[in-house]
Design a protein around this ligand. Structure first.
Ligand code: 6PG
Length: 234
């Protein structure tokens, strides 16, 4: 794994830098094997990306297979729904290229069903061309929360109990086993509340139990796109 940091002056610069990076990673994948597999993270940070991609054409979008890095087990009509938010802000993504979890399924089968989708579309060992991730104020990423069983789940996808941060709903998440097969992971984080975790990472804090992002070690490149508030100035 190699790690790259892109440090931007403003949140708007982060949005544009992350967009350019993700679009380049997808373009490289399309050149290499005719399509790109992209897992989209939830939370609020990606929303500016969705708005940008709705405004400006995402080059080669038709060849991009869009998945979710994690999802809350709520209706798509809920404001807490990650893919519901994606569809509301980025309606140009056509249904055919979206591979979304069926959150209406029973909790006992929803993870297995999404894992089948991943394997059907990407093969037995799905190595995403790009997995987008955020960083929670408690050090979580995707829906891998501190101290939770999902940190140790051996499947590619699992149901995760919610952590300390709202909303208090169960989640569906890609596991480390899936995320770490990725060719690229792009972590997008802004604001001073994320700074302690970036500092911990730079200091070598690798205890994924208390700092789940530290368990993200993709076979390819781990990218961080950060604003200055989340980056420890020298
Ligand atoms: C979720 C997200 C979660 C998010 C972080 C950062 O479903 O909650 O996937 O992992 O990426 O909590 O969220 P913000 O971008 O809102 O800070």
């Amino acid at each position: 794994m190699n790690t790259e940091f892109v440090i931007c002056d403003t949140i708007d610069d982060v949005t544009h830098a992350a967009s350019e990076l993700i679009q380049k990673l997808c373009a490289d994948a399309i050149l290499d094997h005719g399509s790109a597999s992209l897992a989209i993270s939830g939370g609020s940070t990606p929303q500016a990306l969705f708005k940008l991609w709705q405004l400006e054409t995402f080059p080669g979008l038709a060849a991009v297979k869009v998945f979710m890095s994690d999802e809350r087990l709520v209706s798509a009509s809920s404001n807490d729904s990650n893919h519901g938010t994606l569809l509301r802000l980025w309606p140009d993504v056509c249904e055919a290229q979206l591979h979304l979890p069926d959150v209406d399924k029973d909790e006992a089968v929803v993870a297995g069903a999404y894992q089948h989708v991943l394997v059907d579309v990407l093969g037995a060992n799905p190595a995403f061309d790009c997995v987008m991730l955020g960083l929670g104020e408690d050090g979580h990423t995707a829906s891998l929360f501190p101290g939770k069983a999902s940190l140790h789940d051996e499947n590619l996808v699992c149901v995760a109990d919610y952590g300390a941060l709202p909303p208090p709903v169960k989640r569906l998440t890609l596991t480390y086993g899936c995320i770490n097969m990725a060719k690229n992971v792009v972590v997008i984080a802004t604001g001073a509340k994320k700074l302690p975790w970036i500092q911990a990472l730079l200091a070598g804090n690798v205890d994924k139990e208390s700092f789940p992002l530290a368990g993200v070690k993709p076979q390819g490149t781990l990218w961080f796109v950060l604003d200055r508030a989340a980056w420890p100035e020298a």
